[in-house]
Structure formats: structure tokens, C-alpha cells
Design a protein around this ligand. Structure first.
Ligand code: ADP
Ligand code: ZN
Length: 729
């Protein structure tokens, strides 16, 4: 390897994952080391992981500098990834060690690989066999020469592992040993779809960009069902054919059974998966394989951005508007923006796909920074659902009823014709408020400024801020009155009661993340529903994401006004996106669909825009409003969140840093606050927010650093900087 090599004993600067300064000096280990090499180094009494970041800086007592223990047997971190981490750290004002932690999380780099058992066809296959055994043989044929583990085989064949063990006993299947970190099975383009209409030009454009092998950003916009996935898979095929790697980011990775099956149909095998549901062993395997080029395609959640690809040739961010791309804990970053950054550093195209792009991407496309490709029609016979409002002021509703007669009528019709209805309510649990009818008290979390939400299915009250739970009380915690507590307002569980009462014979499925023990159970339920296993589906926002329910022809939104009232600057945008995404679930196959929005303000401009279907008009209006207010994407924002158990000291500190805002003002930025955060207490810590606002042209990060450099943050206090904040709670 032709890299700058440091001989054993030479000084090297090592970046560790420990929250220290930038880098520490060590002596290169036995055998020397190179830039980007992973080292195990002593730190106090411990051994920690580090990466060679440059030549040692020296300048102090050289005799005290310790030697690194050893170089790890993994590919060195490439210049491109080191540059990406450094730039991402700079942008998000995250200390570099925390960035390195994000890039090395989970894979247990230092434990050597061990062997594991693999399975292959061995003896002759008898003609007479149980169906389960036959499925195993079929699955093994599909895997071909690729080594497969017991778990993978059982999954693929959809049988229990005992069936496979039984075949081993009979000598039909042989058990072998292979190293634990196996390459992923090869992906070869098999069945390209015959593209139609504007799909053809869009795919050709993307393929051209992959061929060019240079950075460019594309917004691929098209209504749900217009073939965006089909189109970007063409670009993926080109990328793989060139021997390069592709990364596809998806928002709710747990729910991608559909997607993986599609990749398998298109490329013959499943891609590598990276998300929180993947085991440590599997993550380690992926981390290694991606580094040596033996994982061609990674389908992953946002943290897949930090993987050490050997030769990344394409990044796709699907459903790019999705709010889960913003990581709201630990390192605060937006995976959509960081994907563009990584693509620009590695020199590859990035595709942002969505039916309802975020205003930031829309504006970037308008301004010519992103190239825009538009798919205008749904593929084939599928048509966009007809959308209409149900004016709730004109509907007679009984006590504790939320389904209007008009909507109920439509649902009843679908039951008659054997089609599915989806009732959408973005509220988990049974009821958002538990109210004492004697004294008016509302049950609140003990450590947060938030109401407890009743979850009747789990038989408890839950705080949606901190996760605290407690038994549902029978007497009021404030006035002690017995039997006076009442549930107020609907959650999906309560809606389910109403549905069961109104449609006693219908088969009902409730999709809410908290009702499933595992992502797998949720996945299975979705497959069952898609196959027709329910007449009425009640769901929170997890149903808005990309599932295909071919028999679904009606979407009823229980409360379209729910998101409109927040103080959030993106309230209109979010409501617009969510409503259009949910509506997009209806009529994806041959049957036409309808979406009905229950609202008390049908004349509200956002509701109008949703119903009118003129998306460009909506974005243009929203853009004009934000431009006027100087808010993103036409101005810059950074949130400062301060928290502490000590309210007095917190206030003092906040006022002090607000007063000394000279460096911010000098740079042309304004500081607002401090103000109590909308959720003013979480887990017993009081919370204050400050907001920094500036023109787009201002270099905000250096100004914030200069401002913060004036203060020493007391131990009891936490200060978080949120660049481009998405939520303001
Ligand atoms: P989107 O990603 O825009 O929601 P998809 O790519 O999922 O759209 O396409 C919607 C459906 O139409 C999918 O089932 C897809 O396989 C099918 N489809 C789209 N384009 C084609 C095509 N050209 N040929 C065959 N099927 C297509
Ligand atoms: Zn709480």
C-alpha cells in the first residue's frame, strides 16, 4: 500500500472515541502503521480504539509518550471517510471523537472472527418429502454456492431450524464450517422493469450520472406509485455493474420487507442490511465486508452513512422528507444533508427521492443546486386517490365518537365490496388526557412537563417524553376522589373500540409501534394485512411509509387539523406531507381510491392545498412565507438547548450567555431567548431554549464556537447545539 507509513516508535496522532480533545500522540506500534489504520492504544489503565489521524504533534516530554499496543487487522479508514467525519463534525459542531464513535459503533472490531456453521445440499433429494423439507431444498438451490447459516436458511425457507437439523441427520443437507464474516452473496441485475413514459428519461439521466462517476445531487420527485424506486434501481444496477457499491437509506428500516423482496427479485439476492434490528455479529460482518468491497449494496438507516465503503458509487435517500432522518439524540445530524456531503466528498451522485420533498430540497432544486427529475403519473392503471374534506361542523357526532357518519358510510360500503379502509390517527395509546371530573386535574408525568397518555392495551399510563409508566390510577392523584377519572380525546386504541362497535363483523387491525413486541411482529402484521387479512386498518404514522396494500381503496383521516396548530415552523409542511403520504396508500392497484379528511377548518390554506393537489402552488406559497420570515431554507437557524435540575442556576447561566452575544452579533447573527422550552421539564431537568438566526450567507458555526468559548459550562448543566433544528420541543 502506498500510504504515508510511520515506522515503529515514530510519533503518530491518534483520534480515539474517548471524549478528550482532538488527537493524542502515541508511538507507532510494532510493524509501523499508516494513516487511517485502526490501533489499540493505552489510555490510563484502559485499552481503547483509535485511528491514525496524522503525524504526531510532539512538543512535550517525548519520554512520556506511550506506544500503541497493536494495529487491528481491518482495512484502514480511507481519506474520504476521515474527511467526511471531520466535515460533518465541523458542520454539526460535534466533537470529532463522537463522530468517530458513530463510525465505529457496534462492530466489535477487536474481537477476532470465529467460525460458524453453514449449510449446503449434500446427498440425493428423495421424491417424497414434507412440504417444509421441500422448502429448505428450494431455498438452498436459490442460495447456490453462497454459504448460508442456519438462521438465514430457516428465514429464507420459512421453516423452523429443526426441519434443517432433520435434513442434516438424513444426510440430505451437510453442515460445514466457514469463517464468521462471510462476503454477501453477489447481486446481479436480473429483471429490469420495462420503463415507461417519463421513467425512461429519468432512469437514463441517473444512469448517466453513475457512469460519469462525479458528484451531483438529484431530487427525484413523483407521486407515490409513480415508479421512483424502479427508476433509481436502474441507477443502482449501473453502479453494481461497474463494480462499485451503492447505499440506499430508508427511514423506517424495520418495515422494509417489501423493499428487500424487491431487491431480491431485481438482483437475485438480498442486499446487506444495517439498522438497529441487526445483530452485533451481523453488523460486524457488514462493517468488514463493506470495507473490503464484499457487500455491494447496503440498505440501511441513517447511521449507514458512516460505514467504511471501499468504493461508494451512488447514494439514494428514499422518502427524503422523512423526519426520522434527523437524529435527535447524541450526535444531532440530518442524514439527508450528510448524505449529500458524503457524496460530494467521495465524488458520487446522490438521489433524494420523495413524493413530497422537504422545502429545503424543493428550494435547492428551484435554485438549480439540485437537478430535478419528475415522474408525473402513477404507473399503469393506478390512479391517485380522489381527495375531499368532511366538514366536521356539519356532522353529528355522539359522545366519545370520532368517526363521522359520512366517513362511516364510506367504510361500510368498502366492507360490502370486500375492499380495505384505513383510518389514520397520529396518536398512540387510548387517550391523550386523563382528567379528574371532580377537580379538573390532568394526570401528568412526575418528572416531565407532559401529560401521561393512557395505554389501555398495556394497562398503564405512559409519558411520551421520558417513557415513564405507571398503573392507571382509580382515584385522582390530586383530590383523591374515587372513580372520577375520565379518558379524554382519542388515541388509536380508543378508535378501535369505536370501530368494533360500529362495524362488529369487520376484521380490524391496529398498527401502532407500541403494540408490537418486535419489528418482526409488526412486519408480519403488515404482510398479513397486504394479503387481505383485515377489513379496517387503524394506524399511526407508521402506515404512511411506503407499504403496499393493493386492496386498500379508502383512507379516512380522523383529525386532519391535528398538526396544524403547533408553533413549529414546519407545521404546514409536515401536515401537507403526511396527509399526501397517507392518502397515497389508497388505490395503489387497479381499483381507484379515495381519501377523506375530517376537519373543522376546511377553508384553511393548508387543507385547501392538500385537497387541490397543486403541489407546486403549495411549495411556492410556503417558500414565499419562509423567505419573508427569513427562516430555513432562506435563512439559518441553530437551537441551543440548556437543561439542568437546578432552575435558578440554569436561568442565571442562560441569561449570562444571552447577554454576552458579541461574537454572534459581530458575525451578523441574532440571538433570541432564553425562553422555557415547550416541554419545560424532561426527566426532572428544567429546559430552556435559545434560538440563533441569521442570513444564509453567515458562517454560523465559527460564530457559535467563538461565542461559546467565552463560557465554562457548569457540571450540572447540559448545553446542546442543534444546527438546522427540525423539532423545537
Ligand atoms: P414509488 O417508489 O414512486 O412509490 P414504485 O417504484 O414502488 O413507485 O412503483 C409502484 C408500483 O408500480 C410497483 O409495484 C412497481 O413495481 C410498479 N412499477 C412501476 N413502474 C413499473 C414499470 N415500468 N414496469 C412494471 N412495473 C412498474
Ligand atoms: Zn416523563
Amino acid at each position: 500500500m502506498n500510504r504515508s507509513v510511520f515506522d515503529a516508535g515514530q510519533l503518530v496522532a491518534v483520534l480515539t472515541t474517548e471524549p478528550l480533545g482532538r488527537t493524542l500522540d502515541y508511538r507507532a506500534p510494532e510493524g509501523g502503521c499508516s494513516l487511517g489504520d485502526f490501533l489499540e492504544v493505552p489510555l490510563g489503565p484502559r485499552r481503547v480504539l483509535g485511528v491514525v489521524w496524522g503525524a504526531g504533534e510532539g512538543g512535550y516530554d517525548a519520554a512520556k509518550i506511550r506506544a500503541a499496543y497493536r494495529r487491528l487487522d481491518v482495512p484502514p479508514m480511507r481519506d474520504e471517510l476521515r474527511a467526511f467525519l471531520a466535515r460533518a463534525a465541523e458542520y454539526t459542531l460535534t466533537p470529532l471523537p463522537a463522530m468517530l464513535r458513530a463510525a465505529t459503533r457496534g462492530p466489535r472490531l477487536d474481537s477476532p472472527p470465529s467460525a460458524r456453521k453453514t449449510y449446503a445440499l449434500a446427498g440425493p433429494v428423495p421424491n417424497q418429502m414434507t412440504e417444509a423439507r421441500f422448502k429448505v431444498i428450494e431455498a438452498l438451490r436459490r442460495f447456490g454456492a453462497a454459504p448460508v447459516t442456519l438462521g438465514e436458511l430457516a428465514d429464507e425457507a420459512d421453516v423452523s431450524t429443526s426441519v434443517i437439523k432433520g435434513l442434516v441427520k438424513l444426510g440430505i443437507v451437510a453442515e460445514g464450517e466457514a469463517p464468521r464474516d462471510l462476503p454477501y452473496p453477489p447481486l446481479v441485475s436480473q429483471m429490469p422493469a420495462a420503463l415507461e413514459g417519463d421513467q425512461i428519461a429519468a432512469a437514463a439521466d441517473l444512469v448517466g450520472r453513475v457512469k460519469a462517476g462525479a458528484f451531483s445531487a438529484v431530487l427525484l420527485q413523483g407521486v407515490t406509485g409513480s415508479g421512483k424506486t424502479e427508476v433509481y434501481l436502474e441507477a443502482v444496477a449501473e453502479c453494481l455493474a461497474r463494480g462499485r457499491q451503492a447505499l440506499i437509506l430508508l427511514p423506517e428500516i424495520a418495515l422494509t420487507a417489501d423493499f428487500l423482496a424487491r431487491v431480491q427479485a431485481r438482483f437475485g439476492n438480498r442486499p446487506a442490511e444495517w439498522h438497529s434490528g441487526v445483530t452485533q455479529t451481523e453488523r460486524r460482518r457488514l462493517w468488514r465486508m463493506v470495507g473490503q468491497g464484499d457487500a455491494q449494496m447496503v440498505v440501511g438507516a441513517r447511521s449507514a452513512l458512516f460505514l467504511p465503503f471501499r468504493d461508494l458509487g451512488l447514494i439514494v435517500v428514499d422518502e427524503e422528507h422523512d423526519t426520522s432522518y434527523k437524529q435527535e439524540e447524541g450526535v444531532l445530524y440530518n442524514a439527508r444533508d450528510m448524505a449529500v456531503l458524503r457524496a460530494s466528498i467521495v465524488g458520487a451522485p446522490v438521489v433524494l427521492a420523495s413524493a413530497t420533498p422537504c422545502l429545503e430540497s424543493w428550494a435547492n432544486a428551484e435554485g438549480g443546486k439540485y437537478h430535478k427529475l419528475v415522474l408525473t403519473a402513477r404507473f399503469g392503471a393506478a390512479e391517485l386517490p380522489k381527495m375531499a374534506a368532511i366538514d366536521m361542523r356539519a356532522q353529528a357526532l355522539g359522545k366519545n365518537e370520532w368517526i363521522s357518519p359520512a366517513l362511516a358510510h364510506e367504510v361500510a360500503e368498502r366492507i360490502q365490496t370486500g375492499e380495505q379502509s384505513l383510518l389514520f390517527l397520529n396518536r398512540r395509546g387510548y387517550a391523550p388526557i386523563t382528567l379528574c371530573r371532580a377537580c379538573g386535574h390532568q394526570v401528568e408525568c412526575e418528572t416531565c412537563d407532559a401529560r401521561m397518555v393512557e395505554h389501555r392495551f398495556l394497562n398503564q399510563l405512559q409519558c411520551h417524553q421520558c417513557g415513564a409508566t405507571r398503573a392507571i390510577p382509580t382515584s385522582c392523584p390530586a383530590c383523591k376522589a374515587e372513580g372520577k377519572l375520565a379518558a379524554v380525546g382519542p388515541g388509536v386504541e380508543r378508535l378501535a373500540e369505536e370501530v368494533a362497535a360500529k362495524f362488529p363483523t369487520a376484521r380490524l387491525a391496529v398498527l401502532s409501534s407500541d403494540l408490537f413486541a418486535s419489528a418482526r411482529a409488526l412486519k408480519e402484521q403488515i404482510v398479513t394485512i397486504a394479503a387481505g387479512g383485515a377489513d379496517i386498518i387503524i394506524g399511526t404514522q407508521i402506515v404512511a411509509k411506503g407499504h403496499n396494500f393493493p386492496n386498500l381503496t379508502l383512507v379516512g383521516v380522523i383529525d386532519a387539523d391535528l398538526g396544524l396548530h403547533g408553533s413549529d415552523l414546519r407545521a404546514a409542511e409536515r401536515t401537507f406531507q403526511l396527509m399526501r403520504q397517507v392518502a397515497g396508500r389508497a388505490g395503489r392497484a387497479e381499483k381507484a381510491g379515495a381519501a377523506l379528511l375530517q376537519t373543522f377548518q376546511p377553508e384553511h390554506p393548508v387543507i385547501h392545498a392538500i385537497l387541490g393537489g397543486d403541489e407546486n402552488a403549495f411549495w411556492a406559497a410556503e417558500a414565499a412565507a419562509r423567505s419573508q420570515a427569513g427562516t430555513p431554507p432562506y435563512g439559518r437557524l441553530a437551537g441551543i438547548i440548556l437543561s439542568s435540575p437546578d432552575m435558578g442556576a440554569l436561568m442565571d447561566f442562560a441569561n449570562d450567555i444571552a447577554r454576552r452575544d458579541g461574537p454572534l452579533r459581530a458575525a451578523g447573527a441574532q440571538l433570541y431567548g432564553p425562553a422555557p422550552a415547550p416541554v419545560a421539564r424532561v426527566r426532572g431537568r428544567h429546559r430552556l431554549r435559545l434560538l440563533i438566526k441569521s442570513d444564509k450567507s453567515v458562517a454560523l458555526q465559527p460564530a457559535i464556537l467563538a461565542w461559546l468559548a467565552q463560557f465554562k459550562i457548569p457540571n450540572h448543566l447540559r448545553l446542546t447545539v442543534d444546527i438546522d433544528p427540525q423539532s423545537f420541543y
